[in-house]
Design a protein around this ligand. Structure first.
Ligand code: KG4
Ligand code: ZN
Length: 342
């Protein structure tokens, strides 16, 4: 059933290595969610190659959008507005989605709503949790971001902590590469850690001077790399499973401690997680139990909504649309777009 007040967003996401399109009804109901991943392509190179990513996006974007419309049983005429990620991300990759969204919006005379990629990740939490509304605390952990955020209202954020160096996902990716697990590192470490002992190796838990909610992962990453190099030089073998589990445990402990402490000290009884690393099994388990102990309600999107997708962009675009956010034909990709800027 649909009424004329219903808002159908066609959302497009192409900021990194997934070409994605979705149709989202009224911000929370996903009618279709199509993701074309380039992972196999970039695996050959051990990481995302920006130029290859752009080329693949241009090849996939139209089929992916058509599939999203078909899956939703809709045509462009049924769509209320076009939502698109315009930053942050790889500029050439972003430009494909932005140009596509502009072309469709122009041709079909539909409003254009540019979305911040991280606002999208955070908004993934609205999709499966009809009761979740701001304000709440959100831990954003992706390949490029590690932020502790207070979501004050839809699209209104206060960043209370951030990483001083590597993002959490970046640390996973670098460690995975060093132990030969390949790209993308997060899921590989997650998998390998299942057979390992998280207390086998002692790694540092970075304390950052100044802000208790800031993060630092470069010391931990170096400690892991030193362990690997030392073992190589002395001819010892390190059990990959133990190393993965111990490293993961160190990351998860810091992420979860900071997030729960923030919720308690700022007085929020709801905590959400977002971004690719939010699909990590150990992080989800630890936060689940720590939140329970602290009387905090814990929200986490399904893994497929944690990693890059367009449904989350559709959710964010809906709330931006309702607030009156509209972008013009001069919308550009902004590779270093800051959260809360427009
Ligand atoms: O949000 P995302 O898909 O893309 C960015 O916006 O960066 O996050 C990708 C990051 C990668 O660093 C990947 O290794 C990590 O999320 N990741 C994970 C897991 N799945 C993806 N990290 C830890 N455990 C996982 N299960
Ligand atoms: Zn992302």
């Amino acid at each position: 059933m649909s009424s004329h007040e219903d808002v159908f967003i066609l959302a497009i996401e192409s900021s990194c290595d997934e070409t994605a399109a979705a149709v989202v009804k009224n911000g929370r109901q996903v009618l279709s969610n199509v993701i074309s991943s380039q992972i196999d392509l970039h695996t050959l190179f051990g990481g995302v190659v920006p130029e290859i990513a752009s080329r693949k996006h241009i090849e996939k974007i139209n089929p992916v959008i058509l599939q999203a419309l078909t899956d939703a049983g809709m045509t462009l005429d049924d769509i209320t507005a076009i939502g698109v990620t315009y930053g942050p991300g790889l500029v050439g990759a972003l430009l494909v989605g932005v140009a596509e969204a502009k072309a469709i919006a122009y041709a079909k005379k539909k409003p254009l709503v540019g979305v911040h990629h991280i606002e999208g990740h955070i908004s993934a939490n609205y999709i499966e949790n009809p009761d979740l509304e701001p304000p709440f605390v959100c831990l954003v952990v992706s390949g490029g971001h590690t932020h502790l955020v207070i979501v004050k209202d839809y699209g209104v954020f206060e960043i209370i902590g951030r990483t001083r160096d590597d993002a959490a996902g970046e640390a996973f990716d670098k460690v995975a590469r060093a132990v030969g697990l390949g790209y993308p590192g997060g899921p590989k470490i997650d998998q390998a850690a299942r057979g390992g002992n998280p207390h086998a190796l002692e790694f540092p838990r970075a304390k950052v001077a100044g802000n208790p909610y800031d993060f630092s992962f470069s010391g931990l990453k170096s400690a892991v790399l030193n362990t690997i190099n030392h073992a190589k030089m002395t001819g010892e073998t390190v059990a990959v499973a133990d190393l993965a589990a111990s490293f993961q445990n160190a990351v998860v402990e810091v992420l979860s401690d900071h997030a729960v402490r923030a919720a308690k000290e700022y007085g929020y009884d709801r905590l959400a997680i977002a971004g690719g690393v939010a699909s990590n099994t150990a992080l989800r388990e630890r936060l689940q139990s720590e939140c329970k102990k602290a009387g905090i309600r814990f929200y986490r999107p399904s893994p497929v909504l944690c990693t890059d997708n367009a449904a989350m962009i559709g959710a964010a675009a809906y709330y931006e649309y309702q607030k009156g956010t509209r972008h013009g034909w001069d919308l550009n990709a902004i590779p270093n777009l800051k959260l809360g800027e427009r």
